[in-house]
Design a protein around this ligand. Structure first.
Ligand code: NCD
Length: 307
């Protein structure tokens, strides 16, 4: 049985197949409206979420399936001290597949070791967020046509942002990829990503704390919010939260076909005036997330393409 704990749990071929299926679903959603008849998705969310949980639920409903689950730790038996292992053993009898978000790094991996159904990591602490990354890849592939030969700027909280960590992990498998890391000094990417992912794969990257300087070089700008909930003290958060604000003035430095992605939620880092710029694709990206999750559910349940 296959689980998705990291974006690297899919081979490059499997990933290509998944993105192609998501593209077909995007173009003809009606063809897929019955493929999950009688199937159930459980959403086990121990941490807040809007898009990820609801897009999983929407995806399963679009496929004709049903959903059940909880949206906070206090509304589940974890509040009584139940372990992840026990919870997942039982959920395996109630659903065919599950998506789990948890504040502790590695919790979905532990769940997968005790699970009788496929487990999808829907975000584990500051670690990984594979379905967001797959959504990001689908967005770039659909709108740029290719995942190779890109200069990608990642901006904001590169220390705690799991979407950034997952994206870097996934992108190093493509050729001609170059990263520009844009962050305050305190929020630079973690050492393990530098050593084990970027350096180990000979991926060129530079670091800066001036967004305007690098905007002209970028094919994709991946903006992120400062992850308040992962800070140890509020003063640091307040000092760093508005380090980068993308506005129309800064956008005059960017290429005419640069894409702006953001996993959302946005706080202050993109001025709302940018939303009407055709290069701002973050809402479209959230829309692609539904089709990506539909494709992922079908793939993990090994459901055939409908006739
Ligand atoms: C992200 C997350 O949860 O890591 N949100 C999401 O799933 N789209 C990004 C964030 O919270 O900043």
């Amino acid at each position: 049985m296959k689980h998705i704990i990291s974006p690297l749990d899919l081979t490059c071929n499997e990933l290509d197949d998944l993105l192609s299926l998501a593209g077909r679903i995007y173009r003809h959603p009606e063809r897929y409206s019955q493929v999950c008849n009688g199937k159930k998705l459980a959403t086990l969310f121990y941490e807040p979420s809007t898009r990820t949980r609801l897009s999983f639920e929407s995806a399963m409903m679009n496929l004709g399936g049903n959903v059940l689950g909880f949206s906070s730790a206090d509304s589940s038996s974890v509040a009584k001290g139940e372990s992840i292992a026990d919870t997942i053993r039982v959920i395996s009898y109630y659903a065919d597949i599950c998506a789990m978000r948890h504040p502790k790094e590695g919790a979905p991996l532990v769940a997968s070791q005790f699970s009788g159904i496929p487990v999808i990591n829907a975000g584990d602490g500051g670690h990984n967020h594979p379905t967001q990354t797959l959504t990001d890849l689908l967005t770039i592939k659909e709108l740029k046509g290719d995942l190779n030969n890109l200069t990608i700027g990642v901006c904001g909280d590169l220390k705690f942002g799991r979407t950034v960590h997952s994206l870097i992990n996934a992108m190093v498998r493509y050729s001609g990829i170059r990263f520009i890391m844009i962050s305050p000094d305190e929020l630079k990417i973690p050492e393990y990503l530098r050593n084990e992912t970027l350096d180990a794969n000979n991926i060129p990257y530079t670091e800066t704390n001036v967004l305007e300087d690098v905007l002209p070089e970028l094919d994709v700008l991946y903006m992120t919010r400062v992850q308040r909930e992962r800070f140890f003290n509020e003063e640091d958060y307040i000092r760093l939260k508005d380090s980068f604000i993308l506005d129309n003035n800064k956008m005059t430095y960017a290429n005419k076909d640069m894409l702006i992605l953001h996993p959302l939620p946005r706080v202050n880092e993109i001025a709302t005036e940018v939303d009407s710029d055709p290069r701002a694709v973050y809402f479209k990206q959230a829309h692609y997330g539904v089709f990506l999750r539909m494709a992922l559910i079908m793939t993990l349940l090994e459901l055939p393409e409908p006739e």
